[in-house]
Design a protein around this ligand. Sequence first.
Ligand SMILES: [Zn+2]
Length: 409
Amino acid sequence: MAGCRFCGAAVSHTFVDLGMSPLCESFLTREQLNQMEPFYPLHAYVCERCFLVQVEEYVGPEHIFNDYAYFSSFSTAWLEHAKSYVDMITTRLDLDPASYVVELGSNDGYLLQNFVKKGIPVLGVEPAANVAAAALEKGVSTTTRLFGRETAQALVQERGPADLIIGNNVLAQVTDLNGFVAGMKTLLKPHGVITMEFPHLLRLMNENQFDTIYHEHFSYFSFMTAQRIFAAHGLTLFDVEELWTHGGSLRIYARHAEDEKRTVGPRVAGLLGREKTAGLDRIEKYALFTEQVEETKRALLDFLISAKRQGKVIAGYGAPGKGNTLLNYCGIRTDFLAFTVDRNPYKHGRFLPGTHIPIFHPEKIKETRPDYVLILPWNLKDEIMGQLAEIRSWGGQFVVPIPRLEVIR
Ligand SMILES: [Zn+2]
């Protein structure tokens, strides 16, 4: 691929090559099934200089966010996560009605609504117009634009700098990574704080989470690489938490490099040390990932082939982006998976990109009583197995594909 998205070095080392895949959020209508569908290489590389794992950008964010199907508010666990974060950070930073909070990639206002209830002024910055409209309906002040250097300057002129800037699962989707981080530097008050959450590359590698790689996620970060990127723009990471979300995420805390009021906490050195021990600062470590991914595919296909030979019916649960990477890479279509279900009504009556598996309301599981339910959003498996506990009444079992194939009675 071209130069590294962060440091500009030539990038030639393969992290994993997942073959050709469609855009994972492009759910198809019945009419679209007979049309040509664009597939792009899903090939992740790692930069030998800064160890940023990255995929090439085939389509711009305007295309991805034009009709964005992901509404954060459809996951109960995610809503609870957002609420407890708001309670924690309000206390930790002493936020009050004189403070100003900006969230980048604010989606449908799932998080900021909690600040609004506390009377703390907010602004959401969200590139997808349809989800931004849902935020406005909730009473969450939101502007529809892409964030970068120029947007940051405009926002400072309009409402001044922010006490807290939040970005959850947004950094991976940024094409101009340097412009985005530089923009946060511009928008942040002298003693302000940035918190960002993103899936942790160490967990992705240790737990075979290759299905979290997709075209819409351009970058995958270790803590050491994130630290390097923020430092290049005058921002210091002074704390980090490890979270259960999305299969294992980091929440990083950043401040201006010159703001020495907040000292760097012990968790920073602790995590850097563990990443070094794991080999994340050596290119050889990254080269081992492909074999793990191929073995995960073989184990899932072994199971599916043997279940189908026994005449079993297998349904999917969920239609997340990660499911589409998994199903396309493994070549799983309606020959294995009769259908899938999802709680998001936008997806009902539509079909998964590439594999053309139909998506129904979750009631379909109770109506058809499949032998197995393959949980595609494996990161939410506990929540889903709770909701679907009654499949056990007809002998149904759950199948979880990642980190390793697991069949749960
Ligand atoms: Zn690089």
